[in-house]
Ligand binder design. Structure first.
Ligand code: ADP
Ligand code: MG
Length: 329
């Protein structure tokens, strides 16, 4: 490790943060030494953000700091996990103190809100790339999984869909609120914890509703024949989303359906619940600040059917969301 790397770690990443009792050794030893609570399973996920592929090169350092952790917390939320620790692998073209200060401040602001301790990482030189690994706990056997949805289950999503995709489409022209949704996604941790008691299956929406719902439908294997019917006029859209599309002119009206169905980067949860759980689930969720919306049902026909309020079938134009720059992932 070079002197500058040592200095970066000391100045920006080893600073005061919550000292969790379950961290026996954090940053500074050869590896982190961590205590998983008795009766819990460890939930681990990792996501990499590469400059120019997963975010535009113009993205603010604070947004990269926030989002690199948030996308991982979104995966923990989709598993119903309580977050605990994170590790951070940072590849930097240079050591720009202004960039590092904003990046680390935003990273720790989000980490602090969930009581997460940064327990280690790696620092290298190269094209800007940020990898975060997040760790959380679930009581043994209680994790939410992609598998488990059954015909008859209702399909729900959290928050609103399509805002981040619209911000990407509009670039510099995007409204501040839309840009915020792209740069500072809010992980749905609290909802994931509630869902442990009610949901039959869950996934987070990073690649677009249709793609990720597809993964949920495939999770039980090809033999488990099931599909979904979506009421696409019911998809939750923000006020600014609807207004922006309305003002965009007739040629862009397809985005009203296309973005909520197929744009990624929303980091909302999509989950299913069986009929006997609807009432108690919806009551439990009504205490939380973020709305959940029923958008359709699981049925026995493979594939996903998109239905308008007038009963017309809608055929989505795009399949498979490409993150910024088109490299996917
Ligand atoms: P080693 O050479 O033994 O792999 P490193 O020099 O990579 O050690 O790291 C020294 C310590 O600093 C380790 O505890 C490591 O986990 C931590 N560390 C390195 N980079 C980061 C980072 N970007 N964020 C947090 N901790 C880091
Ligand atoms: Mg190392």
């Amino acid at each position: 490790m070079s002197a500058t790397e040592f200095e970066i770690i000391r100045r920006y990443f080893r600073r005061q943060q919550p000292q969790r009792d379950d961290v026996i050794a954090g940053i500074g030893d050869d590896a982190a030494l961590l205590q998983v609570p008795a009766g819990s399973e460890l939930v681990v996920c990792m996501d990499t953000l590469v400059a120019g592929i997963h975010f535009p090169l113009s993205t603010a350092a604070a947004a990269i700091g926030h989002k690199s952790l948030a996308v991982n917390l979104s995966d923990l939320a989709a598993m119903g996990a309580t977050p605990a620790w994170a590790t951070l692998s940072l590849t930097l073209p240079d050591s720009d103190p202004v960039w590092l200060e904003s990046f680390s401040r935003a990273f720790f602001r989000l980490a602090d809100r969930y009581g997460i301790q940064l327990v280690g990482g790696d620092t290298t030189r190269g094209t800007l790339s940020v990898t975060v690994q997040a760790h959380g706990f679930v009581p043994r056997g209680r994790a939410l999984r992609r598998q488990g949805a059954q015909p008859g289950d209702r399909i729900y999503v959290t928050g609103t869909l399509g805002d981040a995709g619209l911000a990407l489409q509009l670039g510099d022209q995007a409204d501040k609120v839309l840009r915020q949704r792209l740069d500072y996604p809010e992980p749905r941790i609290d909802i994931g914890l509630v869902l442990r008691d009610y949901a039959s299956a869950a996934i987070d929406i990073s690649d677009g509703l249709l793609a990720d719902l597809g993964h949920l439908l495939e999770a039980d294997g090809a033999d488990a024949s099931k599909g979904a019917s979506l009421q696409i006029d019911e998809l939750p859209r923000s006020a600014v989303f609807t207004k922006t599309i309305e003002q965009a002119g007739p040629a862009r009206q397809d985005l009203f359906y296309e973005l909520p169905l197929s744009a990624g980067d929303d980091y909302e949860l999509c989950f299913t619940a069986p009929p006997h759980a609807y009432k108690s689930l919806e009551a439990a969720l009504s205490n939380l600040p973020v709305a959940c919306t029923a958008i359709g049902v699981i049925d026995q026909d493979p594939g996903v059917r998109c239905l308008k309020a007038n009963g017309e079938v809608y055929h989505p134009a795009t399949h498979g969301y490409q993150h910024f720059g088109g490299a996917g992932g």
